[in-house]
Design a binder for this molecule. Structure first.
Ligand code: C2E
Ligand code: MG
Ligand code: MG
Ligand code: MG
Length: 287
């Protein structure tokens, strides 16, 4: 019986694998087509200054608008795009489009907003990211001071001298570098002294649980203090309620983004949004 069950399990297992391989091959070819057909769109999520309540800028987040699949979120295709190398082309499109859009908004009066763009580690290892960045700025005319680039800790573990020099040159041009999802990756923090980094973005998993447990309060507070002592800006991601915003503000967190303020939105909507010059309502003082 056991043998038979084992065989059955194996058969189901291998069919599972086969169908998932077929599925991802199909997805890769659709993704490849998406690159040439330009099926990608960017949504923009506002980032606020917690001290002044001012709107500071927006994070550009890619979506895949597929005729058959509909709107596909990055969580479903970025990994595959990285494995297949397609992220190099997608990433170049994202960067150029975000710069083009921010430059257009700048000419409409958004002179003090930044746009931030996520970079995949694969863009560093397999694409000439520095040339791509330079080209995007040259093509669009965007002031590098209006551009931020987000990398995760996993990008930084390749701490070759070449890589440090590349990041140094990027930062030197006036572009600011952020560490995204901070706290979830590499545990050796010494890289923070080696790399020219401007901002830490506290991962939303810590922020989301902030109101629930003592341990997450300690984590978030430790990251804020670390950032302060290294003279880095600190941003909280995934702020979903007023209590979390208040707690973060009291802990000295500089910036925040999250559903409490706004969800990522299409370019047209974000344009209408920043035009209203939105500011956060002051935190009600405790009695
Ligand atoms: P990320 O860079 O950490 O972006 C934040 C994600 O959290 C976004 O998901 C955003 O919609 C979501 N989020 C923001 N506020 C809240 C909140 O209050 N609650 C909750 N539950 N979620 C919130 P999204 O757009 O699905 O992107 C997921 C991830 O995909 C991004 O995480 C980033 O790692 C990656 N990604 C997105 N766009 C790009 C891109 O252009 N290039 C690369 N390489 N990766 C990208
Ligand atoms: Mg990000
Ligand atoms: Mg993040
Ligand atoms: Mg993430």
């Amino acid at each position: 019986h056991a043998k038979e069950a084992g065989r059955n399990t194996f058969r189901f297992f291998s069919e599972d694998i086969r169908s998932s391989v077929t599925e991802s091959l199909h997805l890769i070819s659709s993704l490849r087509q998406a690159v040439t057909q330009e099926e990608f769109v960017l949504h923009y999520q506002p980032v606020y200054d917690l001290h002044s309540g001012r709107l500071l800028g927006a994070e550009a987040l890619v979506r895949w608008q597929n005729p058959k699949l509909g709107m596909v979120s990055p969580g479903l295709f970025i990994t595959l795009a990285e494995k297949s190398g397609l992220i190099v082309d997608i990433g170049q499109w994202v960067l150029t489009e975000a710069c083009r859009q921010m430059q257009a908004w700048r000419q409409e009066g958004a002179t003090d907003l930044f746009v931030s763009v996520n970079l995949s580690p694969v863009q560093f290892s397999r694409g000439n990211v520095e040339a791509v960045i330079a080209q995007a700025l040259r093509e669009t005319g965007l002031d590098p001071r209006q551009l931020e680039l987000e990398v995760t800790e996993s990008t930084l573990i390749h701490d070759t001298e070449k890589f440090i020099t590349t990041l140094g040159r990027i930062q030197h041009s006036g572009i600011r570098m952020s560490i995204d999802d901070f706290g979830t990756g590499y545990s050796n923090l010494s890289y923070l002294q080696r790399f020219p980094v401007h901002k830490l973005k506290i991962d939303q998993s810590f922020v989301r649980r902030l109101m629930q447990g003592q341990k997450d309060v300690a984590m978030v507070s430790a990251i804020i203090h670390l950032a302060k002592s290294l003279q880095l800006t600190v941003t909280a991601e995934g702020v979903e309620n007023e209590a979390t915003r208040e707690a973060l503000t009291r802990m000295g967190c500089d910036q925040a983004q999250g559903y409490l303020f706004a969800r990522p939105m299409p370019a047209k909507d974000f344009e209408a949004y920043w035009r209203t010059r939105p500011t956060l309502t002051p935190i009600s003082r405790q009695i």
